[in-house]
Design a protein around this ligand. Structure first.
Ligand SMILES: *[C@@H]1O[C@H](CO)[C@@H](O)[C@H](O)[C@H]1NC(C)=O
Ligand SMILES: *[C@@H]1O[C@H](CO)[C@@H](O)[C@H](O)[C@H]1NC(C)=O
Ligand SMILES: *[C@@H]1O[C@H](CO)[C@@H](O)[C@H](O)[C@H]1NC(C)=O
Ligand SMILES: *[C@@H]1O[C@H](CO)[C@@H](O)[C@H](O)[C@H]1NC(C)=O
Ligand SMILES: *[C@@H]1O[C@H](CO)[C@@H](O)[C@H](O)[C@H]1NC(C)=O
Ligand SMILES: *[C@@H]1O[C@H](CO)[C@@H](O)[C@H](O)[C@H]1NC(C)=O
Length: 421
């Protein structure tokens, strides 16, 4: 009896897809256009249906104003053009999204749109609106349990508006992203992904910060490019999480952020985290907490530690032509991140850092660290760290800029550590 019921449901489900019975999906040739239902009704099911009908060698057109109160799960796609010239606005519905956004495990992140496939092109000048203000306020008012590491919890999820998941050959360009409840973009388990001309604005209009509103987080992915984009937010502009390799970030204008960051890495004992072959070039970073940043946890004696003790490496990282305006920590590398100094001295980090180059980092610090403009602090020797063309001025009342360099083996090459000005 049970089996029979399941079969009937399965049959009905596939029937509706094959015959395109969703009245809000217009199919013409290999193009599926989604028509908004209007009056605040949920367009999520129509969007999902369009991607099922046009999942291969086809085009999906989103040219209307959509209200989305259903998880967008658009997976198994191949050779799909996605024209987003309208607006996808998620509902500010914490009660729906917390249990229903798609769980991505890493830092308890969840997403409202799981996009997955091969040869995808998402473009069109439209907008993804995360409706984040209600999350910023709820979080600040202590309504939500955030989980650890700034992630969501299973009872209070802050969905990522767009996640490129286990995909290959994806180009995302010409989009606006506003008001994300959490990270704006997550690249997860993907290869050969490029973002161009993305305009991000995640700012709070109340006293609550737009918390964790990273522009991009990259995880277990390689050959990812982020370029020609503008980010106004309250957390990392771009962040390279564990196992990000061959990453390029270019021609970016970041404002109000926490910098372009490697890490944090090495947080979990027993885990290996790698960030390698990263090239960050032509960046303007204004009014930010950090500029070029690398953060790695120290060691930990416990084999089950979730606060340091992981292994791995950071290698071949270049930050070049990087302008800072009013930035608290223009260059900062910390291998004892979130680790008490005594623990770190006894158990240096097992994530090694080498082959890191800072080229032509110029501009002004905010004075938040007084005269200090560069801080390179390793708990075990970091090898082949170089800097040239560094000219960063603190506000004049703090005098000449100062630098900290600890356990940097190639000190002779770190001219900024030897020459005070
Ligand atoms: C995920 O959330 C659960 C429940 O709140 C929490 O126990 C766990 O530590 C969180 N994990 C991470 C990695 O944030
Ligand atoms: C550097 O990036 C800015 C955008 O932030 C862009 O306008 C400029 O053309 C870029 N410079 C070069 C040489 O590509
Ligand atoms: C840049 O960030 C600062 C500080 O967060 C903010 O006051 C300013 O309005 C932002 N500029 C733009 C163009 O959004
Ligand atoms: C990163 O890659 C290494 C080497 O392939 C692997 O051992 C490790 O488990 C990966 N770590 C994560 C967090 O995926
Ligand atoms: C170092 O990283 C850059 C940028 O991704 C890459 O082009 C280069 O091949 C890397 N070098 C090595 C030796 O892997
Ligand atoms: C430098 O590294 C050594 C291990 O090689 C460690 O014992 C020492 O505490 C480190 N010094 C600082 C200032 O972190």
């Amino acid at each position: 009896m049970l089996i029979r019921t399941t079969l009937i449901i399965g049959f009905l489900g596939s029937t509706s897809v094959v015959f395109g019975s969703n009245p809000n999906v217009r199919k013409q040739g290999s193009t599926c256009t989604v028509v908004a239902r209007g009056a605040g009704q949920d367009d999520g099911p129509s969007i999902n249906a369009a991607f099922q009908e046009c999942s291969k060698n086809s085009k999906v057109v989103l040219n209307d104003y959509y209200v989305v109160n259903t998880l967008l799960k658009t997976t198994g796609l191949s050779n799909v053009q996605i024209e987003l010239s309208g607006t996808v606005q998620y509902t500010p519905n914490i009660a729906y999204w917390s249990p229903n956004s798609y769980p991505l495990i890493y830092q308890n992140a969840t997403t409202a749109w799981l996009l997955s496939g091969t040869n995808l092109h998402l473009y069109g000048g439209g907008t993804i609106d995360g409706n984040g203000q209600i999350w910023y306020d709820a979080l600040a008012n202590g309504q939500g349990n955030t989980g650890t590491a700034g992630g969501s919890s299973t009872t209070f999820a802050r969905p990522i508006p767009l996640t490129v998941f286990e995909s290959k050959n994806v180009l995302v360009e010409d989009l606006n992203q506003i008001s994300s409840p959490f990270w704006n973009n997550f690249v997860y388990g993907s290869s050969n992904v490029e973002y161009r001309n993305i305009n991000i604005r995640s700012l709070s209009y109340s006293k609550s910060p737009a918390a964790n509103s990273d522009g991009w987080d990259i995880y277990r992915s390689d050959h990812v490019t982020v370029r020609d984009s503008v980010v106004n937010n309250d957390d990392d502009c771009v962040s390279f999480k564990p196992n990000s390799t061959f990453i390029t970030v270019q021609n970016m204008n970041c404002n109000g952020s926490h910098g372009i960051s490697v890490g944090s890495l090495g947080q979990y004992a027993g885990e290996t985290d790698i960030v390698a072959n990263v090239y960050v070039q032509n960046i303007t970073m204004s009014n930010a907490q950090n500029g070029a940043r690398i953060k790695v946890f120290g060691g930990n004696p416990s084999a089950s530690s979730t606060a340091g003790g992981g292994t791995g490496y950071v290698k071949n990282i270049t930050y070049a032509n990087f302008r800072v305006n009013n930035v608290d920590n223009p260059i900062t590398l910390n291998q004892c991140y979130s680790t008490p100094a005594a623990t770190c001295a006894q158990f240096p980090s097992k994530v090694t850092i080498s082959d890191v180059h800072f080229i032509d980092i110029t501009g002004t610090s905010s004075g938040a660290e007084k005269s200090l403009v560069v801080s390179l602090e390793c708990s075990e020797p970091c090898m082949d760290i170089t800097a040239k063309g560094t000219h960063i001025e603190p506000p004049s009342k703090y005098g000449a800029p100062t630098y900290i360099c600890q356990n940097i083996t190639s000190t002779s090459q770190v001219r900024l550590c030897l020459v005070s000005h």
